[in-house]
Structures are given as structure tokens and as C-alpha cells.
Design a binder for this molecule. Structure first.
Ligand SMILES: NC(=O)C1=CN([C@@H]2O[C@H](COP(=O)(O)OP(=O)(O)OC[C@H]3O[C@@H](n4cnc5c(N)ncnc54)[C@H](OP(=O)(O)O)[C@@H]3O)[C@@H](O)[C@H]2O)C=CC1
Ligand SMILES: Nc1nc(=O)c2c([nH]1)NC[C@@H]1CN(c3ccc(C(=O)N[C@@H](CCC(=O)O)C(=O)O)cc3)C=[N+]21
Ligand SMILES: [Mg+2]
Length: 313
């Protein structure tokens, strides 16, 4: 079977186009949506992501603001900044980039963001609302996966879905969205005794573990849809050779940049699928598009404007 590549970049571009139209109509009504990103410390990966969020905002006409804080910022200082942002009427969306330095209690910070401005969808109020199927701000990566499925004509209702990973930011909200959409969902993790027993049964297999090449062809049902959320940077040539035997393009990419990005699926498993999301260029591209979507949604919610015009998450 020849597998279809689900082009995350193209789908993200389509969504950004739609969100851009919403931004312009809000701006005409005098309500330019505003997004503030808070970055504590200087993790290089976080700096890249944050820059790309600010750049996308600018492209769409969202007023973005980046607050960069030193790695020694105290939890109390960060809470004080969040309180100011919660009260600032020009700020529709607040995102605190994760991971935070170890001396800061991540949960305490996520709970300090006004749920109406919580564009990550990580506040317990939004988690709860999602669970009971009420309108909420939905975590960007899982919401992006639902967009990929929907816009690629892949039905979810009644299908057997397996989610590998149970984190609060990807695995759990992803399994909730699939369940709410009518799928039968199994959620697997490190303590799952026989992972293959589950993955082999999946018609739609979503994997977010951060383990490069975890899912091998023997773990995939013929014709399954594979959604690879994992983003792993390989910086040793022998790891690239092991995961991509005979793949000249990946090796060339490695030799050019000194590292490559890979997902959680061994590439040979794609051959058994009917469709799959590549890494890079798959789910990752959707995350930022959905952040832009959530910022506009937050702007509309806070002004009691209808959100159904853009309700696709
Ligand atoms: N595309 C995007 O936009 C995004 C991509 N990511 C990427 O997705 C991946 C996951 O992120 P995140 O959810 O934050 O990661 P976490 O580390 O928080 O969670 C990983 C999950 O995978 C499970 N897991 C790990 N190893 C195995 C294994 N060998 N077998 C079965 N389950 C396993 C863990 O199980 P247990 O709970 O038992 O420990 C855990 O539930 C990462 O690669 C990350 O970079 C993340 C966010 C956005
Ligand atoms: N509060 C918070 N919210 C987040 O949403 C959040 C976070 N913290 N911390 C880190 C993770 C990771 N994340 C990604 C964003 C964009 C890409 C992305 O654009 N990926 C592209 C390009 C990747 C590249 O070339 O480097 C791709 O996969 O094709 C990936 C991953 C958001 N996260
Ligand atoms: Mg912590």
C-alpha cells in the first residue's frame, strides 16, 4: 500500500489564513487580539519555539509581546507578572513556555493564568470543561491533530484509536478529544505491559512519548493512520544510521546541520500505514497555528462575541 503523507505545513497554512481573516475582522471592530508569551530562562529549544510564535503572530496581525525573564526569577515574581497580565485588557492570551526552571512549581503557575486567557488550555478549568464537552480553550497540539484528521477526511467516530503517552499537555487531552469525537480510545504508557498488543489494533495510532523509533512496523496494523507527535533531536550520526538505515536524505541532512529531527515512529512503519504525519512538517506545524486560533478565540470569548464562527477545535 502506498501511504498518504498528511502535510501539516499545508494544513497549518490553511488554518492561519482563516485565523488571519478573523484577526482582521476583530481589528476592524477595534479589538486587535493580543498574545503575551512568557519565557523563563534560556533553553535553546524554547527560544526557537517562542520566536516562531511571535513571528506567526506578526504575520497574522496579532499583537504579540514576549516577556523574557532570567533563569533565577522567583515563583513569586512570576506570579506577580501573571497577575498583571490577567488584569491587562490588551492581553487576550497568555502562554508560559514550558519547561520552567526546577525551582518553580509548574502547576501553581499554570493555575495562576486566567482560564479565559489560557491559550495553552492547561488550566484545570479548561481541562475540566474539555472533559465534560463544554466550550473551552483546547491544548494546541491535540487540537492540531484533530484538525489534521478532519481536514484530511479521516473519520474518528466509532474507530479504534490508541494513544501512546499520557502527559497532561498531549496524551490526556488528545485521548479526551478522540473520545469526545466518538472513538474507542486506549491510552498506553510506560507501565503498559504489552504495548504492541494495543498498537496493533489501532485504526488511528497517535504517539507522543519522546522516544525516537519506539513504534516499529510489527506494532502497526496494515492500513492504519499514524500520527507522530514526537519531536526528538538526534545529534549522533550512529543513531541516525540505526533509525534510518540506507536513508541518504536523512544522513545528508545530518551531515549538513549536525543534527536531525525525528519522531516516535521508526520510518519503516510508515510503509504499513494508509496515511501518516511526518516529522518535521507534521503535527508540529499545527501547534502554532492552533495557538493563533486560540488567541482569537480567547479575544472573542472575553468580549462575549460568538466563537462558533471559528469553532473547529
Ligand atoms: N508536535 C508538537 O507540537 C509537540 C510535540 N511534543 C513532543 O511530543 C513528545 C511527548 O511530549 P510530552 O507529552 O510533553 O512528554 P512527556 O515526557 O510528558 O510524556 C511522555 C509520555 O510517554 C510515555 N512513554 C515514554 N516512554 C514510553 C515507552 N517506552 N512506552 C510507552 N510509553 C512511554 C510516558 O509514560 P509514563 O506516563 O508512564 O511516564 C508519558 O506518558 C515529545 O517528543 C515532545 O517533544 C510535545 C508537545 C508539542
Ligand atoms: N506552554 C507551552 N506550550 C506549548 O505549546 C509548548 C511548550 N510550552 N513547550 C514546548 C512544546 C513544543 N512545542 C512545539 C511548537 C512548535 C513546533 C514546530 O513548529 N515544529 C515544526 C518545526 C520544528 C523545527 O524545525 O524545529 C515541525 O515539527 O515541523 C513543535 C513543537 C510547543 N510546546
Ligand atoms: Mg517544575
Amino acid at each position: 500500500m502506498s501511504a498518504r503523507v498528511l502535510d501539516g505545513v499545508a494544513i497549518a497554512a490553511e488554518i492561519k489564513e482563516e485565523v488571519g481573516r478573523e484577526v482582521r475582522s476583530l481589528a476592524e471592530a477595534g479589538a486587535v487580539p493580543g498574545l503575551t508569551v512568557v519565557l523563563v530562562g534560556s533553553d535553546p529549544a524554547s527560544e526557537i519555539y517562542v520566536r516562531s510564535k511571535v513571528k506567526s503572530s506578526a504575520e497574522l496581525g496579532i499583537a504579540s509581546n514576549l516577556i523574557t525573564l532570567g533563569v533565577d526569577t522567583s515563583q513569586a515574581e512570576l506570579l506577580g507578572i501573571l497577575q498583571q497580565l490577567n488584569e491587562d485588557d490588551a492581553v487576550d492570551g497568555i502562554l508560559v513556555q514550558l519547561p520552567l526552571p526546577r525551582h518553580i512549581d509548574t502547576r501553581a503557575i499554570l493555575e495562576a493564568v486566567d482560564p479565559l486567557k489560557d491559550v495553552d488550555g492547561f488550566h484545570p478549568v479548561n481541562v475540566g470543561r474539555l472533559t465534560i464537552g463544554q466550550e473551552s480553550l483546547v491544548p494546541c497540539t491535540p487540537a492540531g491533530v484533530m484538525q489534521v484528521l478532519q481536514r484530511s477526511g479521516i473519520a474518528v467516530r466509532g474507530r479504534d484509536c490508541v494513544m501512546v503517552g499520557r502527559s497532561d499537555i498531549v496524551g490526556k487531552p488528545m485521548s479526551t478529544l478522540l473520545l469526545n469525537a466518538g472513538a474507542t480510545v486506549a491510552v498506553c504508557h510506560k507501565e503498559t505491559r504489552d504495548l504492541r498488543e494495543y498498537t496493533r489494533r489501532a485504526e488511528i495510532l497517535v504517539v507522543a512519548t519522546g522516544v525516537p523509533g519506539l513504534i516499529t512496523p510489527d506494532m502497526v496494523a496494515e492500513g492504519a493512520v499514524l500520527i507522530d507527535v514526537g519531536i526528538n533531536r538526534l545529534d549522533r550520526r550512529e543513531d541516525v544510521e540505526r533509525l534510518f538505515p540506507g536513508n541518504a536524505a536523512k544522513l545528508a541532512a545530518f551531515d549538513k546541520r549536525g543534527s536531525v529531527l525525528v519522531g516516535d515512529f521508526a520510518p519503516q512503519s510508515y510503509l504499513r500505514s494508509s496515511a501518516y504525519t511526518p516529522v518535521p512538517g507534521g503535527v508540529g506545524a499545527l501547534t502554532i497555528a492552533m495557538l493563533m486560533h486560540n488567541t482569537v478565540k480567547a479575544a472573542r470569548m472575553r468580549r462575549s462575541l460568538p466563537t462558533d464562527v471559528l469553532e473547529f477545535a
